[in-house]
Design a binder for this molecule. Structure first.
Ligand SMILES: *Cc1c(COP(=O)(O)O)cnc(C)c1O
Length: 399
């Protein structure tokens, strides 16, 4: 397989195969069609109750979601970003403290640390899984004042849990809190334990594109510790336990009853939906192999997603490494085939985070990933013929 350089593109729209059909990155309508009646009933119940904020539906969803993760406590909140903030604030992380995380994630992973008043310290990823490397975190702990570092926040990127054996060992050696950014990983497991039950605290997002998704913004914090659960509940409601008596400065990060009611319906389908995602991932793997496109490095071909044998992956995204990634993406776009780049700019190179003091070259594995990753259409209702169309188009690009 030869790698096309972006400047060597020779194809035109006349190259588009006659039978090519558009394939969307995501199609929410297909999911809604299957559960429409139940969702509308759940919405109707909330409307009839006229209790829109932290009502019985929120309590019910918090319990159901925590149970699904096998963790004692769940606290609903306004977004995944807020769940990250709440997790750290509940653990009293603030000014003077530092939290170590990955530069290869969504922006909120780092911005939530800043919002707590703490300092984000970054460590590079494991290039195989794209997740924060515990070895790289060790390296940061060696070079920084250990006393400042309160927590490590691995991200379960694309729906695969970070190496929790390594992070548990790190916690035992250094006595740090482990906070999961599980925004992309509801239903994922490590060694049979669910995301959300692995760390001292975990944050989930129910943004509409996530595996478990609301009809708007919503989030959840989970924790095994009653003390963190209690503190998070106070913080999400203006630091108020008794009405209008504010024991500390919290915020408004309440969860709407409508979102909770919708989420509780969808939660029942999630194991099935996550299994469909895994099946699609296996099918993509197979189609790429049959097409002869697969290699162990982008010097020779496409690199398929690598799943650690201890991880129960939920394929929030199916992400390949692709030679000539940007030209490939343009080729797919011209054929109306969806794809996305998560994420094109590592966080240490974001202009708004320049004050963190990092520079290009600091995290080579993250920087290489940012140039090569491409997420392909992935959602439970994706059809076999659509996957075939995606792989055929990629094969024709590299031909
Ligand atoms: C989506 C996401 C968030 C933020 O969640 P919101 O609900 O959009 O605020 C945080 N971290 C990661 C890794 C995410 O994917």
């Amino acid at each position: 397989m030869t790698q096309r350089h972006p400047t060597e593109q020779r194809y035109t729209m006349t190259d588009v195969p006659e039978n090519s059909q558009p394939v969307q990155m995501l199609d929410f309508a297909r999911q809604f069609a299957g559960i429409r009646k139940e969702i509308l009933e759940a919405i109707e119940n909330v409307c009839d109750s006229q209790r829109f904020i932290l009502g019985p539906q929120v309590e019910s969803f918090e319990k159901a979601a925590a149970r699904a993760c096998g963790v004692p406590h769940g606290v609903g909140c306004a977004s995944g970003t807020d769940a990250l903030w709440l997790a750290m604030a509940a653990a009293n992380i603030g000014p003077g403290d530092a939290v170590i995380t990955t530069p290869f994630s969504f922006f909120a992973t780092v911005s939530a640390i800043l919002r707590c008043g703490a300092q984000p310290l970054l460590a590079d990823i494991d290039p195989a899984t794209f997740n924060l490397s515990a070895d790289a975190v060790e390296g940061v702990l060696r070079t920084h004042t250990r006393s400042k570092v309160k927590a490590v926040m691995p991200v379960h990127l694309y729906g695969q849990c970070a190496d929790w054996d390594a992070f548990t060992a790190l916690k035992q050696r250094h006595g740090l809190l482990l906070i999961e950014d599980a925004a992309q990983a509801f239903g994922a497991t490590w060694d049979g334990i669910y995301a959300g039950a692995l760390g001292d605290l975990a944050a989930f997002s129910f943004y509409p594109t996530k595996n478990l998704s609301a009809f708007g913004d919503a989030g959840l914090l989970t924790t095994p510790l009653a003390e963190f659960d209690d503190h998070a509940r106070v913080l999400r409601a203006h630091g108020m336990r008794q009405r209008y008596y504010h024991e500390e400065v919290g915020w408004n990060s309440r969860l709407d009853s409508l979102q909770a009611a919708i989420l509780e319906v969808k939660l029942r389908y999630l194991p099935e939906w996550n299994q469909q995602r895994r099946d699609h991932a296996a099918r993509y793997d197979e189609l790429f192999r049959v097409a002869g496109l697969v290699a162990s490095s982008t010097a020779e071909g496409i690199v398929l997603p690598i799943t650690d044998p201890r991880a129960g992956h939920v394929f929030h995204q199916y992400v390949i490494r692709a030679p000539g990634r940007d030209a490939l993406r343009q080729y797919l776009t011209e054929r109306k085939i969806g794809s996305e780049i998560y994420y094109p700019v590592p966080l240490h190179l974001q202009t708004s985070l320049a004050s963190l003091g990092y520079k290009a070259g600091d995290f080579p594995a993250s920087e290489a990933a940012a140039v090569e990753v491409l997420a392909l259409p992935m959602y439970p209702e994706l059809r076999d013929d659509e996957q075939q169309t995606v792989v055929d188009a990629i094969a024709s690009f590299y031909k």
